[in-house]
Structures are given as C-alpha cells and as structure tokens.
Design a protein around this ligand. Structure first.
Ligand code: B12
Ligand code: SF4
Length: 477
C-alpha cells in the first residue's frame, strides 16, 4: 500500500499540561506500518487557530486523528466538561480540511456515540490505537473493510455501527522511541513525562473507568522496552516520570520485572518516578525494588478505610491492609499518599468519620479526597443504579449523557462538604474536594502547581504540593 499521511492532533488543553502519550505510541506504530505522521499539538500552540492553519498549509493529510483524553475534570465540585473543546477542534479542522476525521482516547472510549454526534467527527475508535489506526488507514484506502478495524464506531445509513474492541498483546513492536511529541516542553511546563508498563486492570471496583478503557486483563509490556523508553527520555533531560498504569503492583510479578529491568539498565539512580498502586499486595521486598529502580512516591487507591464501604465499592482489600501498607512504606522511606473516594454507595457521616480517623492514625504523607463518584456507562455502578440495587436518588445526571453524572450517597444529606472541613480543618496533609489553592485536589487549571513547575518543581502533582508545604524539601528530589 502507498504510504499515507496522518495528522495526529492533541485536543487536551488542561494545565499543568500532561503530554499526549497516546500520540507518541500511535505515531510510532503508524511509522512502523510505513506511513507518514505529522503532529498538531493544540495544547502547546500559543494560537490554536493559527497552528491549525499552518498544519494544513502543506501536503493534505489523508486522515486527521484526534486524541480526547478527558471528557471532564471528573470533579463533583466543579463538573467542568470538555466536550465543547472537542467539538470546537473538529470545527477548526473542518475550516481547512474536508478529509476523514477520527477521534479516540481514554475519555472518548467511555462515551463514543454521544461524543461523535456532538463533535461531528466521522469515525471513532474505542480502546488501543496502535493497531486500530493503521487498520483504519488501510480501510479508508479501500484495501480492507471498515468491519476489520478494531473498536471502530461509525455511522452507516443513519445508524451507528460498532466493531468489537481489541485488546492486543503488547510487545509486538517497540514503543520506546517517544520522538513525535515535544516531551521536553511538557517536562518544562508539566513537570513530568508519562510512561506505561502495561495496560488493563482485572479489578472489579464498581465505579472504575479503567477496565472499560483498557480492558479487564493485564497486558504487559516487555520490561526491557520500558527501560529503553526511560533511557531515551532521560537522554533528553527528562528525569521525572509518572507511570500511566492503572495500578503498578497488579500483577506483582510484572512490577518486579520492570523494577529489575530499570535497575539492570543502571538508570534507577538517575530518574525519579511515581505511580498509582493498589494497597495490597504491597510487600516490603517490592517497595525495596521500587526504591532501587528510582520510585520516589506512590499514590494508593484506597477509597475508604471502612470495610462495609470497601465491600460495596468492589474493592478486594480491607481496612486492615492499609496499616501494613503504611508500615512498609514508612520503613522503606517511601513517600506515599492515600487517595480517598468518599460519598459512594453505603457512605454515611459515620463511615466518613471512621475513614478520616484512620487516615490521621496511619499518617500517610498526603491524603487526596474526592467527594462524589463519577458514574460511567457500562460500569457495575451504572448497572446497579439502573436495576435499583444502588440507591437511585443518589444519582445526579444521566450516566449515558454527555454531561458528567455523579453519585453521592443520600445518607450524607447536604452536609458532606461541611463535615470534611470540620474534620480536616487546615491540616495541610489533606487535599480537599473544594480546597482552593494548595489544598485543592483538582489538577485542572491549578495555578499553584503551574507556578511551582515554572519555578523548577518536578514530579507527581501531589508530591510537588507536599514539598511546597515543606520549604526545607528541594524542588525535585
Ligand atoms: C496516569 C494518569 C494520570 C496522570 C498523568 C501522568 C502523565 N504524565 O501522563 C495524572 C495524575 C497527572 C493525571 C491527571 C488527570 N487525570 Co488522569 N489518568 C491517568 C491514567 C491512569 C493513564 C492515562 C494514560 O496516559 N494512559 C496511557 C495512554 C497511552 O492511554 P490513552 O491516552 O488512553 O491512549 C490509548 C487509547 O485510548 C488510544 N487512543 C488515544 N488517543 C487516540 C486517538 C485515536 C485517533 C485513536 C484511534 C486511538 C487513540 O490509543 C492509545 C494507546 O493504545 C488514566 C486511566 C487509564 N488507565 O488510562 C487516567 C484518566 C485518563 N485521568 C482522568 C482524569 C479525570 C484526570 C484529571 C482531569 C483529574 C483532575 N481533575 O485533576 C487530570 C487531567 C490532567 C491533564 N492535564 O490532562 C480520567 C479521565 C476520565 C474521563 N471522564 O475522561 C481517567 C480515565 C481516570 C479515571 N478512571 O477516571 N492522570
Ligand atoms: S480502581 Fe484500580 S484496582 Fe479497581 S478496577 Fe480501577 S484500576 Fe483496577
């Protein structure tokens, strides 16, 4: 097949800016398939309209492919939606280009049909892009059928059609190049670079979007390719990373293998990385391996310290595990945060009191608090709300609609926010759902973080905020 040209477009404007990792990986796959790739990064462009006009000034691309990462800020207090940004970007491209437009991405995969209808794009892809996009290019060139493109969503004779999503094994081709996106600029302005060691999560947590986005089985990257990617970015001066795995320690054997590969590549002492992890299993031997490989901090998805709430959320660990996790982190000198998701099914003022008392007792370096659970279509939570096994009057909004829907336990009445402020006060270890400034757990348009990164801070955002509150700590550790 004759090589085609694909224009990859980043639509995410949130600040501090997070680099469009998807476009680096997909660009690598398109090039490996023999195609030409160009990038229009609307996040870094000072004037998006002018950048778009320049992007179409030369050779006309055969396909414009947009990544849509966040449908909204997933924040009950603000509920800022980005669907109009996507619509505006499709309209902007249409001013210069009458070819096919496809949209994909994590946020997109959660509500593809409403988003395509709203934005007016031609095609969508749910799930991985590395195989799907070259397959779409082939199909559009008439060399195969649209039915062969994994995860494709498109309209035919007025009806939406959807192909099954694929969850291909990772490792068929190296993803280590990272040479399309201006990762140096994202490092300067966003303080970190993302990198994946795997995709998918076998967890059954009732609210979680990750299995819907990446699949329910863990697909593992070859650890040596992960180490090569870190080395490539390190050679360009990027030395702080955030892993983009759902949970680093699931499965634990892969976590060990990745740490071993980083240590074997002798870069563990020249990089600092952060990750999400599940509170269990988290044995001391893994923490030690992570430290040797350069891990500087862990954000644990804890949600609650009340067993009845953990059970209703579908979590597999229990409150007793948290004490052990806190102990091994502290003994290993690992900085760690516990991430709470309050207000889910079964939450009451008493369970909130119990959870916050446990946080004060266990004393993680930071506690992040979200209040109100974002409800996604297709999740067990959405199904429970539909069949009445979860209290329907806790639902605010339509889970199948475009605007963000949330669940807030009716047992909390209207006083949850006030209760949190009463229990936490100005304890700076807690990031609040409506904290403002340095206590704000929303990274969207976060001015404190942007200023800190401009001043030289690097790393995970919660750890930058932690260091800001402890002036004796260096900007980057
Ligand atoms: C790591 C992470 C973070 C890190 C990012 C670190 C970094 N430097 O990259 C931090 C902590 C900073 C973060 C912040 C936020 N995050 Co976050 N994050 C993630 C996580 C776990 C991984 C994201 C990632 O990069 N994955 C790896 C890349 C390669 O995957 P991908 O982008 O999905 O791309 C693949 C496919 O989607 C597809 N694809 C992508 N684009 C395209 C385009 C085309 C054309 C095609 C065909 C295919 C395609 O192909 C790619 C490769 O196969 C996801 C959950 C998840 N498991 O994905 C949440 C997630 C994306 N985050 C989310 C949110 C809400 C946020 C925040 C808005 C929270 C907040 N209010 O502060 C901010 C936004 C920050 C920003 N500036 O954008 C939500 C978005 C949900 C939604 N409704 O849209 C998610 C899904 C988490 C969740 N379960 O709720 N996040
Ligand atoms: S919350 Fe974590 S463990 Fe549970 S399904 Fe989501 S990513 Fe997996």
């Amino acid at each position: 097949m004759k090589p085609k040209t694909v224009l990859l477009v980043n639509t995410n404007r949130m600040r501090p800016p997070v680099g469009p990792l998807a476009l680096d990986y997909i660009g690598t796959a398109l090039r490996a398939a023999g195609h030409k790739v160009r990038l229009l990064d609307l996040c870094l462009a000072p004037d998006p309209a002018e950048a778009a006009s320049r992007a179409f000034a030369g050779e006309r691309p055969d396909l414009a492919a947009l990544t849509f990462r966040n449908t909204d800020d997933c924040y009950f207090a603000s509920r800022q939606s980005f669907v109009d940004v996507l619509r505006g970007d499709v309209a902007l491209l249409r001013q210069h280009y009458d070819g096919p437009i496809v949209v994909g991405g994590g946020g997109f995969s959660l509500m593809p049909v409403p988003l395509l209808e709203h934005a007016g794009a031609d095609y969508g892809v749910c799930g991985d892009g590395e195989a799907a996009l070259p397959a779409l290019v082939r199909a559009l060139a008439g060399e195969s059928a649209l039915e062969q493109v994994p995860g494709l969503v498109w309209r035919q004779q007025g009806r939406w059609r959807r192909n099954p999503r694929a969850a291909p094994a990772l490792g068929a081709g190296s993803l280590a190049a990272r040479d399309l996106v201006d990762n140096e600029a994202y490092f300067r302005e966003g303080g970190q670079a993302g990198i994946e060691t795997k995709r998918g999560c076998p967890g059954l947590c009732v609210y979680c979007a990750d299995p819907a986005i990446k699949g329910a089985a863990s697909r593992l990257r070859p650890p040596a390719d992960v180490a090569a990617e870190l080395r490539n970015l390190r050679a360009r001066g990027i030395d702080h990373f955030h892993l983009c795995d759902s949970e680093f320690n699931l499965p634990i054997e892969h976590a060990r293998a990745v740490c071993a590969a980083i240590s074997a590549a002798s870069i563990g002492d020249r990089i600092r990385w952060y990750t999400y992890a599940c509170p269990a299993p988290f044995p001391a031997e893994l923490v030690a391996a992570m430290r040797r490989a350069g891990c500087a901090g862990v954000n644990f998805g804890v949600d609650s310290a009340t067993d009845s709430v953990l059970a209703r959320l579908g979590r597999r660990f229990r409150a007793a595990h948290l004490a052990e996790t806190a102990r091994v982190c502290r003994e290993a000198g690992m900085v760690f945060m516990f991430d709470l998701l309050l207000g889910g099914p079964g939450e009451t003022p008493e369970t909130i009191r119990e959870t916050l008392a446990a946080m004060k007792r266990l004393a993680p370096d930071r506690v992040g608090i979200s209040l109100g659970v974002r409800v996604y279509p297709g999740t067990p939570l959405a199904r429970g709300l539909a069949d009445g096994t979860v209290e329907r009057h806790g639902l605010q909004g339509d889970p199948d609609g475009l605007e963000p829907a949330f669940f807030l336990s009716p047992a909390l009445g209207g006083g949850a926010d006030a209760l949190l402020h009463e229990l936490i006060g100005r304890d700076e270890r807690f990031f609040l759902p409506s904290g403002g400034d340095a206590q704000d757990y929303n990274y969207n348009a976060n001015a404190v973080l942007q200023a800190a990164i401009r001043a030289g801070h690097r790393g995970a955002y919660w750890d930058i905020l932690r260091r800001l509150a402890n002036p004796t700590e260096p900007a980057s550790n």
